[in-house]
Design a protein around this ligand. Structure first.
Ligand SMILES: O=P(O)(O)OC[C@H]1O[C@H](O)[C@H](O)[C@@H](O)[C@@H]1O
Length: 557
């Protein structure tokens, strides 16, 4: 396997330096004026792929800025890095692994050799096993301990073993088949276990224990609780195998936990957790929507990979989105980025992208361990559009920070109701337009005068109504939210995240930061039983541990 990276400090790239000069030259750039001056601005700054349109005309760019950003991508070696990732070179340098989630969605023919194995054959075999399981569950051939078919599946997993499947299961609800209900058990919170388990009939429930490592505390504790619950509900010990499937790259640990080997679907260390919904971690998606829809999602993602690999930089959707992200994070000081899907089915997209992007881009050193002296990834946040208009859009419009936003909407609704979709679309467009146009003091003043207000009140109120405008956004329009376009959309963001990491010179595929809390949790747990050891820890942790012990004593637990 080849090592892909000789890390580059982007600050040394000529295009980075030119962009700094360009940023200064752009001081005073007005997006509304740019639209007035150039009737072709929308056509110039938009592109489409697989029927998806990216309108990036409402950004703080002009042609020279975009040219410099494209030069930055070329100088940072983006095309070569995309090819290296797709080929299976070691792009995860700290763990010395490739990141081959793209291999999970390649068509079923061809070969990709890794350490002497053809991994495409292995992927194919797992997809075939998934198809068998889906058929068995849907046909009622898979039966629980009481000889009845399955009605409920419970995915036990967290992080990447939860967020991607949850997003896709929700997004593809109109494509549901098989009549199953799907639940996600994630947190180590007894209330969550209680709320889910009370809806279940034990004899008709299938638990999928999803954990790449099979070492994640929350997942193992919930799997143990599920096993105890099944036994308490009358499942004989020897019949537990009818109620548990596992997905893991650590088959040994899954077997040691008690899962029958034939019920364990493998995954591989070359798939990162946050990129794993395309593997057997996506089993809940296949169970809820059928294998054909799961495969259509893979095909959409694959087409996006090919686009990222082959389209010229200037026509390349993930490249353009990545460069705009860099422009705002590194040249405008933006510290957050909003993802605003105008689609209830995409309500979990911001959650998924938070893990995808913030675990990948939340880094402080380059591949070579040198600290960054520039920003890496911003905070990703967001929620369903329209709802946000009645909440945090106030800050987007009039707050002191500039927050670049992605608006995402489908041209067609799969469940049309009267003129709802037209209003939804109008709302979406109104927000990006308001962010771009704003409202001047003169406009605010005229509006108040037109409403018949006296001059003193006009003068008092007008400044509060000013909206600065010139705030950037992208609009992504999907023809409709179907499996193919969902796959393309998620893969678009995956590629965008990777491209940004290449320019920043950071590793998008490790996440060492999350380990510290896990280690400390192991040390804190015993302090909640006894105060032995509290002397050695900080007074805040000791005080909070004391409070827990006191609460437990008083409740008699
Ligand atoms: O799938 P698992 O091994 O249980 O891991 C679940 C999650 O745990 C972590 O702590 C990582 O930060 C995530 O990237 C991962 O997706």
């Amino acid at each position: 396997m080849q090592q892909a990276f000789s890390p580059v400090n982007p600050l040394t790239l000529p295009a980075w330096q030119s962009l700094q000069t360009q940023r200064a030259a752009m001081h005073g750039f007005s997006m509304p004026a740019a639209f007035d001056l150039d009737p072709q601005r929308f056509a110039r700054f938009s592109l489409s792929h697989q029927g998806m349109l990216l309108d990036y005309s409402k950004n703080l760019i002009d042609v020279p800025t975009l040219d410099l950003l494209l030069q930055l991508a070329a100088q940072a070696g983006v095309p070569a890095a995309l090819a290296a990732q797709y080929r299976g070179d070691i792009v995860n340098t700290t763990e010395q692994r490739p990141a081959l989630h793209s291999a999970l969605r390649r068509p079923a023919h061809g070969q990709l050799m890794l350490d002497g194995h053809d991994i495409l054959t292995e992927v194919r075999q797992v997809h075939e096993r998934m198809a068998e399981l889906v058929a068995q569950v849907h046909s009622g051939q898979w039966q629980g301990f009481a000889g009845q078919g399955i009605t409920d599946i419970v995915n036990i997993g967290i992080g990447g073993s939860f967020l991607g499947p949850q997003l896709a299961v929700e997004a593809l609800q109109p494509f549901a088949c098989g009549g199953l209900r799907c639940h996600f058990l994630t947190n180590i919170d007894s209330s969550e276990f209680y709320q889910i388990s009370r809806q279940l009939n034990a004899g008709r429930t299938l638990f999928i224990v999803s954990s790449k490592s099979f070492g994640t505390l929350e997942t193992l504790k919930n799997a143990e609780a599920a096993r105890r619950w099944l036994l308490a509900q009358g499942c004989p010990h020897e019949q537990l195998c009818r109620h548990f499937i596992a997905v893991s790259s650590n088959v040994e640990k899954a077997v040691a936990f008690g899962i029958t080997e034939k019920n364990i679907l493998p995954m591989w260390d070359w798939v990162g957790g946050r990129y794993s919904l395309w593997s057997a971690i996506g089993l809940p998606i296949a169970l809820m929507t059928g294998m054909d829809n799961f495969k259509a999602m893979l095909a959409g993602a694959h087409a996006m990979d090919l686009h990222a690999l082959n389209a010229p930089l200037a026509d390349n959707m993930p490249v353009i989105m990545a460069l705009l992200g860099i422009w705002y994070a590194n040249f405008h000081g933006a510290q957050s980025h909003a993802v605003l899907p105008y689609d209830n089915y995409l309500r979990s997209l911001p959650d998924h992208l938070q893990q995808l992007d913030m675990e990948s881009s939340g880094k402080r050193v380059r591949h070579d361990g040198q600290p960054l002296d520039y920003s890496s990834g911003p905070v990703i946040w967001g929620n369903i559009g329209t709802n946000g208009q009645h909440a945090y859009h106030q800050l987007l419009l009039q707050g002191t920070q500039m927050v670049p936003a992605d608006f995402i909407i489908s041209a067609r609704s799969l469940n049309p109701v009267a003129d709802h979709q037209q209003w939804l679309y109008a709302n979406c467009l109104s927000q990006s337009q308001a962010l771009m146009q704003g409202k001047s003091l003169q406009q605010a003043t005229e509006e108040l005068r037109a409403a018949g207000m006296d001059e003193a009140d006009v003068a008092r109120l007008a400044p509060h109504k000013v909206i600065p405008g010139n705030r950037p956004s992208n609009t992504l329009v999907l023809p409709q939210l179907d499996p193919h376009h969902l796959g393309a959309l998620i893969a678009l963001y995956e590629n965008r995240t990777y491209i940004q990491s290449v320019i920043w010179g950071i590793n998008a595929f490790d996440q060492w930061g999350v380990e510290l809390g896990k280690q400390l949790g192991e040390r804190i747990y015993p302090l909640l039983n006894s105060d032995a050891g509290t002397a050695a820890c900080d007074s805040s942790t000791a005080g909070l541990a004391r409070l827990f012990r006191a609460a437990r004593c008083s409740s008699g637990d």
